[in-house]
Design a protein around this ligand. Structure first.
Ligand code: NAP
Length: 317
């Protein structure tokens, strides 16, 4: 009698804290009647041999799929045989699997964001004039790994994108690294997150979409917002915050108070996980149980705490 495959999946990063990924993937396995487990493999930064050892488990078949999060999304690349075009374009890997004779690195953050943004834009009646793929303007706050995936997804869908970061040289490096490809979008511009720079940018070319790709506002720093204080949000923009802990960030509250449609990052979290699950299992991911699982486990609304509070709720992918 043939024994059924038991999927051994996992996540590496540091810190992993109360990661939501095990709950998401266990729900998907359970809903499809698949046997398996999803475990956490915390590896601190600067331990390449531990990372190589874990990749060896994927190569040997001991692990069938691995997610990678901060701070290893770039470092993991040197241990892989091949990157998908998305991983190559974004310069970051969040999903690893073995295919043929190759250890392959993929990036599901960019398509996960694109799917989530599409749901958001389609589900809000206020946004009927903001189709997901139009030559509209988007302003992305932050220029780290997640911003790179977001900018790539937006430019691929035809958005004209500006990146604003507190270190303008980081925004320039992101913009230079991603253009001219993909060809559909216009040139990516770079700016500082200083109030005067953002005020001027919003005044000259009001964006239709603002995306927060910084951790500002994430627990325990829930009283922070990446949006510069004293600057009005663009009058007709939709606001998307990648942060999902808490569900309702200060930026989202301010956007709703200004009458703007606003979305947090839970749906991107689920979509990037669903796409990784599909790479590993070859099965269509059961999104409803995955959304239900995250609804049960995600922190619903961390209470604002004063800056500098010692309590720390670390939630990483
Ligand atoms: P990252 O690589 O460390 O980049 C963070 C970026 O934000 C950098 O440009 C950083 O600038 C900037 N930044 C940090 N703190 C800031 C602040 N207080 N004000 C303004 N800018 C600030 O991190 P990442 O991987 O891009 O992740 C960014 C956020 O996205 C995290 O909260 C992460 O949880 C979230 N995320 C969500 C999903 C999802 O599925 N919803 C997926 C991926 C990431 P400096 O370099 O100057 O510090």
């Amino acid at each position: 009698m043939l024994s059924r495959k038991a999927y051994r999946l996992g996540l590496t990063g540091w810190p992993l804290g109360h990661s939501l990924s095990p709950g998401l993937h266990r729900a998907a396995l359970h809903a499809l009647g698949l046997e398996g487990e999803y475990r956490l493999y915390p590896i601190p930064p600067g331990d390449p041999s531990a990372l190589a050892g874990l990749l060896g488990k994927v190569r040997s078949g001991e692990l069938h799929g691995l997610n990678v999060t901060i701070p290893h999304k770039q470092a993991v690349i040197t241990g892989l045989d091949r990157l998908t075009s998305l991983a190559r374009a974004t310069g970051a890997v969040n999903t690893v699997f073995f295919e043929g004779d190759d250890l392959v690195g993929d990036n599901t953050d960019a398509p996960g964001f694109a799917l989530s943004l599409r749901h958001f834009l389609e589900s809000s009646p206020q946004l009927q004039s903001t189709p997901a793929s139009a030559a509209n303007r988007a302003l992305v706050l932050g220029a780290g790994g997640a911003a790179r995936a977001v900018v790539y997804a937006l430019v691929s869908a035809g958005w004209r994108v500006g990146v604003a970061a507190r270190r303008v040289e980081q925004a320039r490096a992101l913009a230079d690294g991603l253009q001219p490809a993909p060809a559909q979008g216009g040139p990516i511009s770079a700016a500082s997150l200083e109030p005067d720079a953002v005020r001027a940018l919003v005044g000259e070319c009001p964006p239709d979409l603002v995306v927060n790709a910084t951790p500002a506002g994430m627990a325990p720093d829930v009283l922070s917002s990446p949006w510069p204080s004293g600057v009005c949000l663009p009058p007709r923009a939709a606001v998307y915050d990648l942060v999902y802990n808490p569900r309702e960030t200060k930026l989202l509250r301010e956007a709703r108070a200004a009458g703007l449609p606003a979305s947090g990052g839970i749906s991107m979290l689920v979509e990037q996980a669903a796409l990784a699950f599909e790479r590993w299992t070859g099965r269509s991911a059961p999104r409803e149980p995955m959304y239900a699982a995250v609804d049960e486990t995600a922190p619903k609304g961390s209470q604002p705490r004063p800056p500098g509070s010692l309590l720390h709720e670390e939630v990483n992918a």
